[in-house]
Design a protein around this ligand. Sequence first.
Ligand code: C2E
Ligand code: MG
Ligand code: MG
Ligand code: MG
Length: 283
Amino acid sequence: LAKGAGKGTWQRYRNDLHSAMVERLALRTALHEAVDAEQFVLQYQPIVDVRTQIVVGVESLVRWQHPDRGLLSPYHFIELAEENGAIVGIGEWVLRESLRQFAQWRAAGSTLRYISVNVSARQFRQPGFVDKVRAALSESGSRPEWLLLEITESLVLRDAEQVWADLETLRAVGVRIAIDDFGTGYSSLSYLRQMPVDVLKIDKSFIDDILASKQQRALVNAIVTLARNLDLTVVAEGIEHADQRAMLARMGCPYGQGYLFSRPVWPDDVPALTAAIVAGVAG
Ligand code: C2E
Ligand code: MG
Ligand code: MG
Ligand code: MG
């Protein structure tokens, strides 16, 4: 028996820490085999016209169907996969599967304009990434215009030369590029003018306080205005409330995404959802 409460607490803490580490290690090891074992699945979240709420595109979001632990969100494994390099294989699968699925929806008559696919920095920097994108497009019979690649602010800022060259190549092919979680990094606004990108996705943290905070509101308004003047498109992330949508519409923010419209859904639910959100427009 432990002598005092202090020691008991410490041992519990140590046991928790130990099992957390064991768990991380187990996940990390399993990640490499998970692609071949076909344990990854995709959900899709609609991106809508903020004014009309018409669905214009979908973002694919990966989940890990773990044999013992159930459905795991990216929060549990993306960072680990980035550390051990498994993200490269996962990302390639996500890209191919997203395009295969999207081309199938289009062939069935879907009016969706594009699919947005997250690309990790490590995956993007992998030699041959641009060729893999081309291959995934032609394999699936997709038009380059259907694809929007979401990258991070820091990728565009670091190792600028090779990354910028690859971004230019992709854009020349017709693929569009978005900066995900925009506003959380360090890109200066003057730099933005030169960046080889097409879309800014304003991070949820800015949208959260858009009604309560005058400062946040001013920031979002500035980003929307600047983007318009630079011929960039904007998507507001994490819209949860109707009054946030109304505020963004008033600011002239063209597109949005968030639980207000829909949570990420399984592929089978996408076609019906595309119609339903539009039908549910309140005005
Ligand atoms: P993200 O790309 O910024 O994706 C948006 C995340 O916010 C998603 O979480 C989405 O479910 C969630 N979200 C959307 N609307 C709302 C809302 O109104 N409220 C709240 N609270 N959350 C909302 P998810 O699916 O857990 O993904 C988390 C992150 O994992 C993504 O953030 C992305 O950075 C990463 N991720 C997801 N799929 C992939 C992938 O295929 N490849 C890579 N490299 N990263 C991925
Ligand atoms: Mg994203
Ligand atoms: Mg995002
Ligand atoms: Mg985000």
